[in-house]
Design a protein around this ligand. Structure first.
Ligand code: RRO
Length: 305
């Protein structure tokens, strides 16, 4: 079947892509499979200048999934380009789209990062504005929890780039935030980021992370995210990238039926670094099993009784 999709102007050979922060800058996975077989990858969020992130431990397993308090450690846009620019340019030439995630503490910092990507990353097919990091207490990355805050960031960056703009949404007030983002000119929405959570070591009475709280991701997120994708798909006309607990082709198919055009693989990359191409193969089998010859026919094809 045809698996090619258009995610708000990003032409992908198939819907499967990788979620920012779970995939480094892509080259780390080349030893496991040919990354260019994926529809797209999203690079770890980068700000205009490097950020140190939080001290270890900043990731731990919990019963329901994975907790992280990474705190957006990143080498800055220049550091990303120096480390991986050549690799990412080659990847995009091979037909795998590169989406660069953008971070900032303030509206001005998002603008500065977008301007650097414009100057230094001509190979980026799109930019994903992350307004939903659960591990940044204030400012830019927390602005995604209100429609006003979300709109403010996109209003400022929209005029700075003609490339497709995705926005990584928080799992909060998704319908109102999505409508606000569409009105500001976002081209697509990634629904959703990890859920603010905490994990306590009862023996030491301390957090299992170096910070009291973190973001919870993995299987626990999946069905919450499916519902949010479905709600957002009914509220806006721009395409959606479904993110949350995808570990199989069926998980990806659920997002597509709920209305997602593309699907990100996140935490599963950490448990099984070879999972993304397997998920793609399983998704392709499912499309064929539905008796259609184009995955696009299945987007939003959930039968709502
Ligand atoms: O780096 C992080 O702490 C982080 C980010 Br930016 C994000 O968007 N989501 C997450 O769970 N962790």
């Amino acid at each position: 079947p045809n698996m090619a999709v258009d995610l708000g102007g990003i032409q992908m050979s198939n819907p499967v892509n990788t979620a920012a922060g779970t995939y480094g800058f892509g080259w780390q996975f080349e030893g496991f499979y040919d990354v260019s077989t994926l529809g797209a990858i999203t690079t770890k969020g980068c700000a205009a200048e490097p950020w140190p992130g939080n001290p270890a431990p900043r990731m731990c397993d919990v019963t329901s999934g994975v907790m992280n308090s990474v705190g957006l450690q990143n080498p800055g846009v220049r550091g990303l380009v120096a480390e991986a620019g050549e690799y990412l340019a080659g990847l995009s030439e091979k037909g795998c789209q590169v989406i660069c995630q953008v971070a900032g503490h303030s509206v001005d910092e998002y603008v500065a990062a977008v301007e650097l990507f414009e100057e230094l990353a001509p190979w980026a097919a799109g930019l994903e504005i992350n307004i939903s990091c659960p591990n940044i207490a204030a400012g830019g990355c927390a602005m995604g929890s209100t429609p006003e805050g979300a709109a403010e960031v996109v209003r400022a960056v929209r005029p700075r780039t003609s490339r497709p703009l995705l926005v990584k949404m928080a799992p909060a007030r998704v319908v109102d935030v999505a409508r606000a983002l569409e009105a500001e000119g976002a081209d697509a929405l990634s629904v959703i980021n990890s859920i603010p959570a905490m994990a306590i070591d009862v023996h030491t009475r301390r957090s299992k992370l170096s910070r009291p709280t973190g973001g919870l991701s993995g299987p626990v997120l999946h069905n919450i995210a499916v519902r949010m994708v479905w709600e957002v798909a009914q509220a806006v006309d721009i395409p959606i990238n479904g993110v949350g607990g995808v570990a199989s082709g069926e998980d990806a198919a659920e997002f597509i039926l709920a209305g997602a055009t593309a699907v990100s693989v996140g935490s599963a990359n950490l448990f099984d670094p070879e999972c993304a191409p397997r998920i793609l193969a399983e998704l392709e089998e499912w499309v064929a099993s539905q008796g259609v010859d184009d995955v696009n026919e299945l987007i939003g094809a959930f039968e709502c009784q």
